[in-house]
Design a binder for this molecule. Structure first.
Ligand code: SF4
Ligand code: SF4
Length: 360
């Protein structure tokens, strides 16, 4: 069997794992909003199957496949062991290879290729660094990979994170590029940008990449060579909790588990350990492996913003009464949840840490 026959055989086997029971309909946040069979995992797998049998691609097909946030709630609850997000991403890839994509997908690809980020930003990625650019050491044990959203939309979070991390032999890439997540999640190859980052990490000689973005984390874990470790900022902070000099705050917060560090990689305890070292934690209605998605992942926030915001609104109804902040540990979740309810402040875990450090 050739490599391509083997791949197509395993793709079909993944599709056929779905026994069409419909269990996933009760958990899919997109099906919950749109209600169409084609907007849930089962429907999308049926679409993938029909495409494998030669069905034509039209805008309904593209919308069915591209409205999945890749949150993994369907996979978590599937009694048959199907992996709908993998099937959906594979199908997106196959369509992109045939040049079948939405205008938004094409725009994303152009932005990352042209500007090195999906936001079409042309300004300096490290403008938040200011006079501290001397802190970029050429050799270090750790690299802090900032990510596009944090660099351009939450520069204060990037600065606070680096200010804390640089005490631990952490440096930055001299010329950071997008990690590739927006391309990889929407069906494109990302070798050009990933290679740029990999080469720089090798030159620095770092054994570990640290990031505060759930999308970057899952991309480094799954799509980069495994020659270096990957840690989420919350894990690094939890490991060094006694060295941070935290002083407790008399507040109560809740925590939103980002799908791409939680369900995908099991990082549940680290952020909670950090929060509990600072203040009270009151959990949301659904947490950990059952946490509902913020609605932003898989290219949905850029491609279908209204849908994305509706999912965020639903997630924000799960915030318990009497909390001062919703804390999360991903800039995309933070951005989308902030749209979901403007009456509650959504902050990054690092901002909570900074508040507790300021008490000293
Ligand atoms: S993906 Fe799993 S839960 Fe959903 S219909 Fe198929 S077998 Fe059932
Ligand atoms: S990954 Fe999430 S959004 Fe996509 S089909 Fe599964 S439950 Fe729905």
């Amino acid at each position: 069997m050739t490599e391509s026959e083997d791949k197509s055989d395993s793709y079909l086997r993944s599709i056929l794992k779905c026994v069409r029971c419909g269990t996933c309909r009760s958990v899919c946040p997109v099906f919950d909003e749109l209600g169409w069979e084609s907007s849930g995992a089962r429907g999308r797998i049926l679409v993938a199957h029909a495409l494998s049998q030669g069905m034509d691609v039209d805008s309904d097909v593209l919308n069915s496949l591209n409205t999945c946030t890749t949150c993994g709630l369907c996979e978590q609850n599937c009694p048959s062991g199907a992996k709908p997000p993998d099937v959906i991403e594979d199908t997106r890839r196959q369509l992109v290879l045939k040049n079948k994509m939405t205008d938004k997908q094409a725009e994303l690809r152009e932005n990352v290729t042209k500007y090195g980020n999906p936001l079409a930003e042309t300004s300096d990625r490290y403008s938040w660094l200011g006079q501290d650019s001397a802190d970029i050491k050429s050799r270090a044990e750790y690299v802090f990979f900032v990510g596009c959203l944090e660099s351009y939309r939450y520069p204060e979070v990037a600065k606070t994170t680096f200010d804390i991390l640089k005490k631990f032999d952490v440096t930055l890439l001299p010329n950071e590029h997008c990690c590739g997540s927006p391309l990889l999640r929407t069906g494109f190859e990302a070798d050009d940008v990933t290679e740029e980052n990999i080469e720089q990490i090798r030159k620095i000689g770092a054994h570990t990449v640290i990031t505060g973005c759930a999308g970057c984390y899952t991309t480094f874990k799954n799509d980069y060579p495994d020659e270096f470790n990957v840690k989420h900022v919350s894990e690094f902070l939890a490991d060094h909790i006694d060295e941070l000099g935290l002083k407790p705050l008399d507040i109560t917060v809740t925590y939103h588990d980002p799908c791409h560090i939680g369900r995908k990689h099991g990082i549940y305890e680290a952020p909670r350990k950090v929060i509990k070292a600072i203040c009270n934690l009151k959990e949301m209605k659904t947490v950990r492996e059952n946490a509902r998605c913020c609605g932003g992942g898989g290219g949905v926030l850029s491609g279908y913003p209204e849908l994305s915001h509706s999912i965020a609104e639903t997630r924000m109804t799960e915030v318990p009464e009497g909390v001062d902040y919703v804390v999360t540990s991903c800039p995309l979740c933070r951005r989308n949840l902030s749209q979901g309810n403007k009456n509650i402040s959504v902050i990054d875990l690092i901002e909570l840490v900074a508040l507790a450090m300021k008490q000293n």
